[in-house]
Design a protein around this ligand. Structure first.
Ligand SMILES: *[C@@H]1O[C@H](CO)[C@@H](O)[C@H](O)[C@H]1NC(C)=O
Ligand SMILES: *[C@@H]1O[C@H](CO)[C@@H](O)[C@H](O)[C@H]1NC(C)=O
Ligand SMILES: *[C@@H]1O[C@H](CO)[C@@H](O)[C@H](O)[C@H]1NC(C)=O
Length: 398
């Protein structure tokens, strides 16, 4: 009898602990979710998503010492290069604010509000600029074909969201960082000086690009086929007038969509976080189906454990080419920073384990979160970290 009683008490205790744990986890999870704001007034200005719906962002207010600091993080999600591709996109959250939910973009990694997870930016005003135009926010075409109702207005969307944030207090920021991942990481480079120009010179303004350094390099066939894809994106969206003029005046506009051709003209300090074996670039720029018609690379490009010695060598050649294209980003300035590792991954700042907390993604004993913080606040003279030791492609977390 006594024995049974003790056991049932233990059982109760266990149940209680579980309940508390579950409630705690729910609250924790929920706190990463930030409500979406749509800018209805932007529709009249023609600043709209592909389907004509209003632009959207998520805003989490700063607190404590961070109240005057602003992080604007641009969401990624590829591009669309044809009318049919863009139409498909209007049925997704990447083409219409009607399809967006707060839970499809959680505030983790660089957007986290927890000091232990995001020590440099946790208490800033943090904004996620939602991506719904398919052109890295560069498009601007007035005409709308009634047959498709597609709006190519990414640049206007960018401007209208930034204007709204300036009005919410960003214009008197002490510190401001324009960041982004993937296609958003590209956007943070392409819009960097424009962003900086909105602030008085007393504001410290910098830009951070994560997995946005899409390189103009040869594919497995030795050709530059991906260039044709950017030709289509830039033409379809009318992007050229929103790219760096110093670049478009000397080469075709779609090349200026590549950081390596535009970064020589970017004046504002930029930090690049990137993996030389970025999976998107391995799959879409190097080992594309066109460059690998017999599908020899099909398995390897999904899982590096499936690669033959010869394929690993080809990946290393790709790394060398990438680093050559990356030289431009490194050129001559200690105001630029970088964190370049050799992980087989795509994007490292939105994912908590890659941003901070996993020992394998450290360079010079610094996680990306620490490197970016040091660079932003000028804590070190130069934060320029490139992994030249562990050069084979590898998985960095589990
Ligand atoms: C965001 O968090 C919620 C709740 O924890 C989860 O259900 C959802 O899958 C997360 N979204 C993403 C994109 O990870
Ligand atoms: C990139 O590659 C993936 C996987 O092979 C494919 O599904 C996707 O359509 C490609 N995207 C582009 C823009 O080439
Ligand atoms: C570095 O910048 C200088 C001055 O802007 C330029 O002349 C030089 O060609 C650049 N080098 C590379 C590798 O881009």
């Amino acid at each position: 009898m006594m024995f049974i009683k003790v056991r049932s008490n233990l059982w109760l205790l266990h149940t209680l602990v579980y309940c508390v744990l579950i409630i705690y986890l729910k609250v924790e999870g929920a706190s990463d979710q930030v409500a979406i704001t749509t800018i209805e007034g932007a529709v009249a200005k023609g600043a709209v998503c592909l389907d004509g719906s209003p632009p959207a962002y998520q805003f989490d207010a700063g607190f404590g010492e961070g109240v005057n600091n602003w992080l604007v993080h641009i969401q990624g999600g590829g591009w669309c290069n044809s009318v049919s591709d863009c139409r498909t996109r209007t049925y997704s959250l990447y083409g219409s604010s009607k399809r967006m939910k707060s839970s499809d973009y959680n505030f983790t990694g660089i957007l986290s509000n927890k000091q232990e997870l995001n020590p440099s930016f946790y208490n800033w005003n943090r904004v996620a600029m939602r991506y719904c135009d398919g052109s890295s926010f560069t498009g601007d075409i007035e005409a709308v074909d009634p047959a498709t109702n597609l709006h190519f207005r990414g640049a206007r969307v960018f401007n209208v969201i930034i204007e709204e944030l300036l009005g919410k207090g960003m214009k008197s920021a002490s510190n401001a960082l324009l960041s982004g991942s993937f296609a958003g990481g590209l956007a943070s480079i392409l819009h960097c000086d424009k962003f900086k120009a909105l602030f008085p010179s007393s504001t410290r303004v910098k830009c951070f690009s994560d997995a946005g350094y899409f390189a103009h390099v040869k594919d497995l066939y030795g050709e530059y086929k991906f260039e044709g894809y950017y030709d289509q994106v830039v033409t379809l969206h009318g992007s050229s007038k929103n790219l760096y003029r110093e670049c478009t005046s000397i080469m075709k506009p779609s090349l200026c969509f590549y950081p390596q051709f535009t970064m020589p003209y970017v004046q504002t300090p930029v930090f690049i976080s990137h993996s030389t074996y970025d999976t998107f670039q391995v799959q879409n720029i190097s080992a594309t189906p066109q460059a690998d018609p017999s599908g020899q690379f099909a398995k390897c490009k999904q899982d590096i454990n499936e690669c033959s010695a010869d394929q690993i060598q080809k990946l290393q050649d790709f790394r060398s080419e990438f680093l050559e294209a990356f030289l431009v980003a490194q050129n001559g300035t200690s105001r630029r920073g970088w964190f370049v590792n050799n992980c087989f991954t795509h994007g490292q700042c939105e994912y908590q384990t890659k941003w901070l907390g996993n020992p394998s993604s450290k360079l010079n004993h610094k996680a990306i979160a620490e490197a970016v913080g040091d660079w932003f606040y000028d804590r070190n003279s130069a934060v320029q970290l490139l992994d030249n030791q562990n050069v084979l492609p590898h998985y960095c977390i589990n």
